[in-house]
Ligand binder design. Structure first.
Ligand code: GDP
Length: 445
């Protein structure tokens, strides 16, 4: 899937990454092409526009790390922005089906895959979460749809509400809830009627069912192959019925990916699941990183981004190496290490990155070192004078008192930092002596 979008974008980035240095004009040209590629993939115009603006802003402001080409930087920024656009604020994944019998309303157009998705979800809830699920079809105009749900229910071992001819949708929904209550079901899934197009009668019926059942989730099923239409449908349903999440079906097809990218931005609702086949196990949780990777041109670009990341790490490690080899590690070095930690996701991140640091990380963890402590330590270093930072041996009692007061901490906090610095400096000296090879082998002795 996403073939054309990914191919286009790969082409754009190929051009970028082959160059050593990028001018602002290059970035502009590349982003223009990205924009066209997004629009061709049926990404909604305002979404594409906002996307490009955010990437441009970040790309322009970004300091390009030495060992990374500007093209790789742009790739990374586009990649991160794709994830952000797909994921929104990251809220709303998973289903709220905790208080039984939790009603789940399934809505969408006819042919979107609504009935299949209802059965897929029921199967998933049953098998993964151990829930007892009851399904009911509210499609009173199409007896075949009701029968279809019953057949699917038998296939995956999920009960369906017995069909009583002549009842309207609201009456069936109420009966389903009652049955679910009496029968001790955890979840009751209501498969509403679909239409070929959004129309008032359909919306009124769905809204009446919603009011009668107070669903814990209202999931909109949309066909990702319908591109821009899918987004319009979602916007409509969300405004008129209110949806809590979206299921994008036929993501196994050769859709252009634009629907996924626009959905979150336009509706403000999370994509919760994606349909990936006709079979009942063709349902996956929505993973923004995966879809972003696929949109961007898959393995190629993803590994390119990873390589860029490694290069950033290698550059920093190299710089520190040079200082270690000279036997130097002062408070400024300690501070830059601490700041690096904050930037790169805390202790775990940075220590895992530095070659041969695993052992030290453990020691630090054992001594109760965590990211809150990092902030305080930086504050202490900041309240030292330039001279003291370059030569921590100057730190005698009166200086310690002054520095502690300046940072709003106790002398013993300063002592702890100085001790840590001494230990690190010792270790750095050792690492420097071992040279690059010993370090890369990870032998810390
Ligand atoms: P409804 O009218 O919205 O209830 O749609 P159905 O559930 O009857 O699905 C219509 C057709 O789409 C059926 O042939 C399904 O097998 C098929 N379908 C549903 N979801 C997917 C999917 O994720 N991938 C593929 N390839 N086919 C799907």
């Amino acid at each position: 899937m996403f073939e054309s979008l990914s191919e286009r974008l790969s082409g754009v980035f190929d051009k970028l990454t082959k160059q050593g240095a990028l001018t602002e004009a290059d970035v502009s040209t590349a982003l223009r092409e990205v924009r066209v590629a997004l629009l061709d993939a049926d990404v909604a115009l305002p979404v594409a526009r906002g996307f490009i603006d955010r990437v441009r802003e970040k790309a322009t402001g970004a300091a390009v790390v030495k060992s990374v080409t500007p093209g790789q930087m742009v790739v990374k920024i586009v990649h991160d922005e794709l994830i952000a656009t797909l994921a929104g604020d990251g809220q709303g994944q998973g289903l709220k089906v905790d208080s039984p019998p939790a009603p789940v309303l399934m809505v969408g157009l006819q042919g979107s895959g609504k009935t299949t998705t209802t059965a897929k979800l029921a199967k998933r809830l049953k098998e993964r979460d151990g829930k007892r699920v009851l399904m009911a079809s509210l499609d009173t105009r199409r007896p075949a749809a009701m029968e279809q749900l019953a057949v699917l229910g038998r296939q995956c071992g999920v009960d369906t509400l017995p069909i009583v001819p002549g009842q309207d949708a609201v009456a069936i929904a109420k009966r389903a809830r009652q049955q679910a209550m009496l029968g001790g079901y955890d979840v009751v899934m209501l498969d509403t009627a679909g239409r070929m197009h959004v129309d008032d009668e359909l919306m009124a019926e769905v809204a009446a069912v919603r009011d009668a059942t107070q669903p814990h989730e209202t999931l909109l099923v949309v066909d990702s192959l319908t591109g821009q239409d899918a987004v319009n449908v979602a916007q409509n349903f969300n405004e008129r019925v209110g949806v809590s999440g979206v299921v994008l079906t036929r993501m196994d097809g050769d859709g252009r990916g634009g629907a996924a990218l626009s959905m979150r931005a336009v509706t403000g609702r999370p994509i919760k699941f994606v349909g990936t086949g006709e079979k009942l196990d063709g349902l996956e949780e929505f993973h923004p990183e995966r879809v972003a990777g696929r949109i961007l041109g898959m393995g190629d670009i993803v590994s390119l981004v990873e390589k860029a990341q490694e290069q950033i790490e290698a550059a920093e490690a190299e710089r520190m190496m040079k200082r270690f080899q000279k036997g130097r590690f002062d408070m400024n070095d300690l501070r830059s290490q601490l700041e690096q930690m904050q930037k790169l996701g805390g202790m775990q991140g940075v220590m895992g990155m530095m070659p041969g640091m695993g052992k030290m990380q453990k020691q630090l963890e054992e001594s109760g070192f965590d990211d809150r402590v990092v902030k305080r330590q930086i504050a202490i270093i900041q309240s030292m004078t330039k001279k003291e930072r370059a030569n921590p041996d100057l730190m005698q009692a009166s200086r310690k008192k002054r520095v502690a007061a300046g940072a709003g901490m106790e002398v013993q906090d300063v002592n702890r930092l100085l001790k840590m610095h001494r230990q690190m400096a010792d270790m750095m000296k050792k690492m420097g002596k071992m040279g690059k090879k010993g370090l890369m082998r990870g032998g810390l002795g």
